[in-house]
Write a protein that binds this ligand. Structure first.
Ligand code: PLP
Length: 372
């Protein structure tokens, strides 16, 4: 059999990510590849850093995309900030908090878990109490936007509590960036990572990160070498830093960075706050439609993440069969429940370019027809 070119079906992506990629971003991806040390490319890298600062609402010098998916953004934070023996308070209220714990362990740290309920925000009182009981902890890690459940935690309050206990924060903003309020400087978040494939409407495979001076001081004061060569910030910065001459570290994913650049240009054209409002607005529209279908969101209203809606599967419905029909009949992808929520919810994403009226109408119409 001759294997031919791969032409994927055209889907509407309303799961937990990747989200629909904007046509402008796909067009940028197809521009001619140039060298990753070409002066034209290096100029674009500086623009990507500036655009990311706008998206993250920060002036942090160390703001750049790691050349790998969101998980590598997570690892960048943990391998650089955690040294063997360090106590790290980790909040777990879904899948990704669990991965943070795993990262702490693999970096030789000692995780102290604040266990929360799936589908609920991290409880600030529980965090304050844990930090009181563990005065040696110097890091607090939490997920702002838990994609596995659709719960949004109060990053500003958690960062305030961390500072009171002389702790730095590591914040997962993979699903938050560009979709709901995130103020890295105003809230005093220390190390934050994200992903390109969610509310930025970009292709998967890049992980924007930002570190403030407090976090960098901790990295500089390490007694041990960062155990990952690829993610060691001291080395990566030789390539991404604007101050010194760029030196080869790895071959940057040139075309993927064109795509990220385009998606960030689009975010600044729309306005970061306008993008947050769009996500909030479309969440309300989807919720209203779901309610008319008799469907309920599982997260309490004040803790809901607009860009990820976990919907309780009604009794007697085969959730996987419904998703399969939506995919085959409507080319519409919704997400399944994970972990504690497996089989119990559908996860409907309204992220980036997926957060638009046509998608909401398709989703509601298709669900109404298939649930009938
Ligand atoms: N953290 C959160 C909250 C996520 O939603 C995801 C991906 O869905 C990740 C981390 C990992 O990102 P990636 O799949 O791009 O490695």
């Amino acid at each position: 059999m001759t294997i031919r070119s791969f032409n994927p079906p055209v889907r509407t992506l309303m799961g937990p990510g990747p989200a629909d990629v904007h046509p402008r971003v796909l067009a940028a991806l197809a521009r001619p590849t140039i060298g990753h040390l070409d002066p034209a490319f290096v100029g674009m890298m500086d623009e990507v850093k500036d655009l990311l600062r706008t998206a993250f609402r920060t002036r942090n010098a160390l703001t750049m995309p790691v050349s790998a998916p969101g998980s590598a953004g997570m690892e960048t934070c943990f391998v650089n900030l955690v040294e063997p023996g360090d106590e790290v308070v980790v909040c777990i209220n879904g899948v990704f908090g669990g991965r943070m714990k795993e990262n702490v362990e693999r970096a030789g740290g000692v995780p102290i878990v604040v266990q929360g309920a799936w589908g609920r925000a991290v409880d600030p009182d529980q965090v304050a109490d844990t930090l009181k009981r563990h005065p040696n902890a110097r890091l607090l890690a939490f997920v702002q936007a838990e994609t596995s459940t659709g719960a949004q935690s109060d990053a500003r309050t958690l960062a305030e509590i961390a500072r009171r206990h002389d702790c730095l924060t590591i914040v997962d903003a993979v699903t938050a960036l560009g979709g709901s309020p995130l103020e890295v400087d105003a809230w005093g978040l220390d190390a934050v990572y994200s992903g390109s494939q969610k509310c930025l409407s970009c292709v998967p495979g890049l992980a924007p990160v930002t570190f403030n001076e407090r976090a960098l001081e901790k990295v500089r004061a390490r007694k041990t070498k960062v155990q990952s060569w690829f993610l060691d910030l001291n080395l990566v910065m030789g390539y991404w830093s604007g101050e010194q001459k760029r030196s080869y570290h790895h071959t940057a994913p040139v075309n993927a960075l064109y795509a990220l650049h385009e998606s960030l240009v689009m975010l600044t054209e729309e306005g970061v706050e306008a993008a947050w409002k769009r996500h909030a607005h479309h969440h309300l529209a989807l919720r209203a439609g779901l309610e008319t279908l008799g469907l309920e969101l599982i997260v309490p209203e004040s803790e809901r993440l607009p860009q990820l809606n976990s919907v309780a599967v009604p009794a007697g419905i085969d959730e996987a069969a419904l998703r399969a029909r939506l995919l085959s009949r409507y080319n519409l992808e919704l997400g399944a429940g994970l972990g504690d929520l497996a089989g119990k919810v559908w996860r409907i994403g309204l992220m980036g370019y997926s957060s638009r009226p046509a998608n909401i109408l398709l989703c509601l119409g298709a669900m109404a027809s298939e649930l009938d």
